[in-house]
Design a binder for this molecule. Structure first.
Ligand code: COI
Length: 358
């Protein structure tokens, strides 16, 4: 097995961080993991001080967007142990994304080792408050210096981390989007491909110009089937059923989504992964049966929806304090992350350092 060489920072920046003021995604920890792919193999696995990369102007990622990423979180058990949640799921999803984008897999065992080493080394960067976390960003991009269209033959894989607070601090308002589309079955929607997020920016901007926070992505025949929301999977609570759209190739197979379906089933709550149309949602609203809508994702965990706009119809959801399911799921996930809830599925694993070559 390849070893990870380690170069530590001379002076940690940790003391300069204000843990009470952490906007999402702007603060980065001391170290990062890097590996490079050439001649058919990943080489030179290393942990080094967080810093810049230089880039050739013809670097293929800049032109054709061969880039994928993951989002994961590390938290602290109440006894102080750094914890990862289902890291192997992220390794496997990264490699499914890589396959779709004609990129090389990064071996799962090396991915797990790298995340463990990095998080163990920068464990002091895990914010202490419950609900806050060390966000982990693994990503891979094409580095061939070439502007013909073909898969790159060289890549860089990197993992950096940074302490984060909540992604959406407030409940969000959504606009049902039936003109722009995020993804279609057979496209790249199931991959965490960077380009999926670039394509979402114009629709999100236009929704924001109209006074909404994000869009609800639609798909299927006549754009009537709900797909996702913003950068998250979506859940509805209608009567006593919790519904999330089934994955169909266009929808990201969210790991938080999967956790929520499992937790709900464990608690004996009816949770269904199935097609749901916007008409069904609107009808449930008219009957007073639409109790909750929320987004689910690693970054946001649960993002409550305050309002949904479908054409001329405004659906205003009950106050967040009255919502049972989204609040319960968020509290349960946070309790798992701090070791306060039982973990029957073994999702939480300590981040530990194996021997590294210094
Ligand atoms: C996550 O939930 O971790 C994501 O990948 C969303 C990200 C674009 C902030």
């Amino acid at each position: 097995m390849s070893s990870i060489s380690v170069t530590r920072v001379q002076q940690s920046r940790l003391d300069s961080i204000d843990f009470d003021n952490l906007p999402f995604g702007r603060t980065f920890s001391d170290h990062m993991f890097v590996s490079e792919y050439s001649d058919g193999e990943w080489k030179n696995d290393r942990i080094e001080p967080f810093g810049h990369f230089t880039m050739h102007p013809a670097s293929m990622v800049l032109h054709y967007g061969q880039a994928i990423f993951e989002g994961m979180k590390a938290s602290k058990h109440q006894d102080g142990t750094p914890l990862l949640m289902r890291p192997e799921q992220h390794a496997q999803r990264l490699n499914r994304s890589a396959e779709r984008m004609m990129m090389p897999a990064f071996p799962e065992e090396r991915f797990l080792r790298a995340v463990n080493e990095l998080v163990a080394m920068d464990a002091g960067w895990i914010p202490p408050a419950e609900g806050w976390a060390l966000y982990i960003r693994p990503y891979m991009y094409a580095t061939d210096e070439f502007i013909g269209v073909r898969p790159s033959q060289t890549y860089r894989f990197c993992i950096f981390t940074g302490p984060v607070g909540p992604y959406y601090a407030e409940p969000v308002s959504l606009l049902v989007e039936q003109n722009y589309v995020r993804a279609v079955p057979g496209g790249t929607g199931e991959a965490k491909a960077a380009g999926n997020y670039a394509g979402s920016l114009r629709p999100a901007y236009e929704a924001q110009q109209k006074g909404f926070d994000q869009v609800m992505w639609m798909g299927g025949k006549d754009m009537m089937e709900v797909n996702e929301v913003g950068t998250m999977n979506i859940f509805f609570v209608i009567g006593d059923e919790v519904i999330t759209p089934q994955t169909d190739g266009a929808i990201l197979k969210g790991i938080t989504r999967d956790c929520f379906l499992t937790i709900l089933k464990d608690k004996g709550i009816k949770a269904t992964s199935r097609t749901i149309t916007i008409d069904e949602v609107a009808e449930a609203y008219d009957k007073g049966e639409l109790k909750e809508i929320f987004g689910a994702g690693t970054a946001a965990v649960v993002s409550h929806v305050a309002k949904l706009q479908y054409g001329d119809k405004s659906m205003v959801l009950p106050p967040v304090a009255d919502r049972k399911i989204g609040n319960m799921l968020k509290a349960h996930l946070n309790a798992l992350r701090s070791g306060k809830a039982a973990d029957p599925h073994g999702w939480m694993v300590p981040a530990v350092s194996a021997e590294v070559t210094a």
